[in-house]
Design a protein around this ligand. Structure first.
Ligand SMILES: Cc1cc2nc3c(=O)[nH]c(=O)nc-3n(C[C@H](O)[C@H](O)[C@H](O)COP(=O)(O)OP(=O)(O)OC[C@H]3O[C@@H](n4cnc5c(N)ncnc54)[C@H](O)[C@@H]3O)c2cc1C
Length: 609
């Protein structure tokens, strides 16, 4: 026993010395927030930052790093490196930067792709301070309504609506008002979720601590003992909530937020679920000016350090020397390859793109690479419907909140039936739907698009339902594809018209849908995944988390973003922090917390007039 304690203590001391008191440069050392500048709404001006096309002449000399992909995992890491003076080139395959944070405009309506609400952004919290620092204080956040989510259960003739409030005490109190007699179950659910949430530190540590220490924590079983997160990780959400209550609507309300990571309750880990529950406990926010503001305020920081963010730059392979060390990337410029070299390559393109498409065949076959890909699997495909409406939010009854609408309260059966069904049948009965109005959440919208509104509708869809059309030109897919897409749109719209009576067909000015193969095209998701790699129970085993880390088995090649931590804006950014910790040889998670402590009370002088 004493020997074990001795080994642990020794390893911890090494870890603390190396990562807590390390001397690597700290991107959060200085308070870099600047006085708030006037917001830019002019699209042309914003595009000068967001849409800088790839040209050889725009590639900076003497790069320190190349990042493949400009999602928050890529840009966030780019900013961290730029803040310590590194010259970084970010390469994005799409025609604009941002990944899931990009926006697009159709018929005058601006739509977000993958940002509807983000939690944990109270001003004094580390996550908020970190984001303020990473955007030099220019990105502003608008709180959603409270209740921020509305859960709607049941068929049209018997829909039950449950409001979800933020607030550590208000969240359970309001639930108790909806479910009298269930106080004990609600308190226990919240207690468990909070306790699990607090255990996340070990997941971060497994990603960045020295491999022998990570292995030691995993194979001795210490990971489960030290962190309630890993203790609860093997338990499914269904299992946990069924033990808490027999009330089927309450079970559903405990579970509804599975839609934010994509696994049905019986396949999802209570650990992942708890992260989402606690993420929104203090409220939910939306980026003022829309999601494109995120990349818009990060890119100049990368540029200031001599780097660049270039779009229409699909990386087709990573270059290696004979010693299997990454030395750069090859970018397709038309039919020609262009090679760019740097001492390190970091991929934000996801684990499957990176290992199965961008590595040479002989490196793909390496046992260490095979081990990682065999531990992960592709996540659920996503389906988004974008609706442009004639009318203000008041006229259309839209608020800064989200609706989660389910045809029944038995989510496991409901979604399995849908996913296992024939595509033509499933298209006519989409059983779960997320509804949000980005325009109602953005206080700058009315000024930018007076008299108009947008609604985004999100659900899941199998990649295989659409796969046969994946090689068609994206703007000109076959009539059969369009017909299938239309069937989904029609059935989804029926639900919207029913739940939002002020939205009527004559108000719809624009409507289109993005299917899993649309995701493949625009965000590079290989199987149309909505949240990257699968977030089922297996994803949260300590072994997987000690294996799939920012540091790859190949020297000078690293991973960042959602596949290396968890999905979600915050999860992908945690992937960037973990990756930055490895590269800069210090614990950036702790640095962010330390910075937040230092600037706990924001300096009012830094706020704009
Ligand atoms: C519909 C939808 C709604 C969502 N809603 C929310 C929400 O409300 N709140 C929240 O927190 N999260 C939400 N998410 C999840 C969140 O947006 C993502 O988890 C997160 O942004 C992923 O960031 P990332 O950097 O890891 O990956 P991505 O944003 O996917 O970025 C990866 C980038 O790599 C690029 N790329 C891929 N291959 C190559 C290549 N070969 N060469 C060059 N570039 C390449 C891609 O084009 C892409 O831009 C949502 C996601 C979706 C799809």
């Amino acid at each position: 026993m004493l020997i074990v304690v001795g080994i642990i203590s020794f390893a911890l001391v090494i870890f603390i010395l190396k990562y807590v008191f390390s001397s690597g440069p700290n991107p959060f050392e200085k308070d870099t927030r600047e006085p708030l500048k006037k917001m830019v709404h002019d699209r042309k001006q914003k595009n000068k930052v967001l849409k800088q096309g790839f040209l050889a002449s725009r590639v900076p000399d003497n790069l320190d790093a190349i990042i493949i992909g400009s999602g928050i995992g890529g840009l966030g890491l780019g900013v961290l490196l730029a803040k310590v003076g590194k010259k970084v080139l970010v390469l994005e395959q799409h025609d604009r930067a941002g990944g899931c944070c990009h926006t697009f405009t159709e018929k005058g309506f601006e739509f977000d792709v993958g940002i509807h609400y983000i939690g944990d952004l109270l001003e004094h919290k580390p996550f908020r301070c970190m984001l303020d620092s990473m955007t030099n204080g220019q990105l502003q956040w608008e709180p959603l309504e409270n209740p921020y989510d509305q859960v709607v259960l049941g068929p049209p003739e018997n829909r039950r609506k449950y409001p979800i409030y933020s607030g550590r005490t208000r969240f359970p109190e309001e639930l108790k008002k909806c479910f009298p007699g269930e106080e004990k179950a609600i308190d226990e659910y919240v207690r468990l979720a909070k306790k699990v949430g607090r255990g996340i530190w070990l997941l971060a540590m497994l990603k960045i601590c020295p491999v022998p220490l990570a292995k030691f924590l995993v194979y001795t079983g210490l990971a489960q003992r030290l962190s309630f997160f890993f203790k609860m990780a093997p338990r499914s959400l269904t299992e946990v909530v069924n033990e808490l209550t027999d009330n089927k609507d309450l079970r559903a309300v405990f579970s509804y937020i599975f839609g934010t990571y994509g696994n049905i309750p019986k396949d999802s880990s209570f650990a992942m679920h708890s992260l989402l529950v606690t993420h929104y406990l203090n409220g939910a926010w939306y980026p003022k000016g829309g999601a494109s503001e995120i990349a818009y305020h990060m890119i100049p920081i990368i540029e200031k350090a001599g780097g660049a963010v270039l779009v229409r730059a699909p990386v087709n392979r990573i270059l290696f020397n004979d010693s299997k060390e990454a030395t750069g990337v090859s970018v397709m410029k038309g039919q020609e390859e262009m090679h760019i070299h740097a001492p390190m390559v970091i991929s934000n393109a996801g684990i499957f793109n990176t290992y199965q498409k961008l590595l040479p065949k002989e490196l793909q076959a390496m046992p260490a690479i095979q081990k990682q890909t065999s531990m992960m699997k592709n996540g659920e495909g996503g389906l988004s419907v974008f609706v442009g409406l004639n009318g203000t939010k008041e006229e259309l009854g839209l608020k800064a909140d989200n609706y989660w609408i389910f045809a029944e309260n038995n989510f496991d059966e409901l979604v399995e039936k849908y996913s296992n069904g024939k595509r033509e049948e499933s298209a006519h009965k989409v059983p779960l739907l997320f509804v949000a109005s980005p325009s109602a959440k953005d206080p700058t919208w009315e000024e930018r698009s007076p008299g108009k509104s947008t609604v985004s509708l999100v659900s899941f869809a199998n990649y295989e339902w659409f796969e046969e059309w994946k090689d068609d030109k994206v703007s000109n897919r076959s009539p059969e594809y369009k017909e299938l897409k239309q069937a989904f749109i029609d059935s989804i719209l029926e639900v919207v018209f029913d739940v939002f009576p002020k939205i009527t067909r004559d108000k719809v000015e624009f409507i289109d849908a993005g299917t899993p193969i649309t995701n493949t095209h625009y965000i590079g998701a290989p199987k149309g995944e909505i949240y990257g790699a699968d977030h089922g129970i297996a994803r949260f085993s300590p072994e997987l988390n000690a294996t799939v880390r920012p540091q790859t088995p190949l020297k000078n090649l690293y991973l960042t973003g959602q596949d290396v931590f968890t999905c979600g804006f915050a999860g992908a950014l945690a992937g960037a922090l973990s990756c930055g910790s490895i590269i800069l040889n210090r614990n950036l998670h702790l640095d962010a917390i330390a910075m937040a402590k230092k600037i706990r009370f924001m300096n009012p002088k830094l706020k704009g007039e």
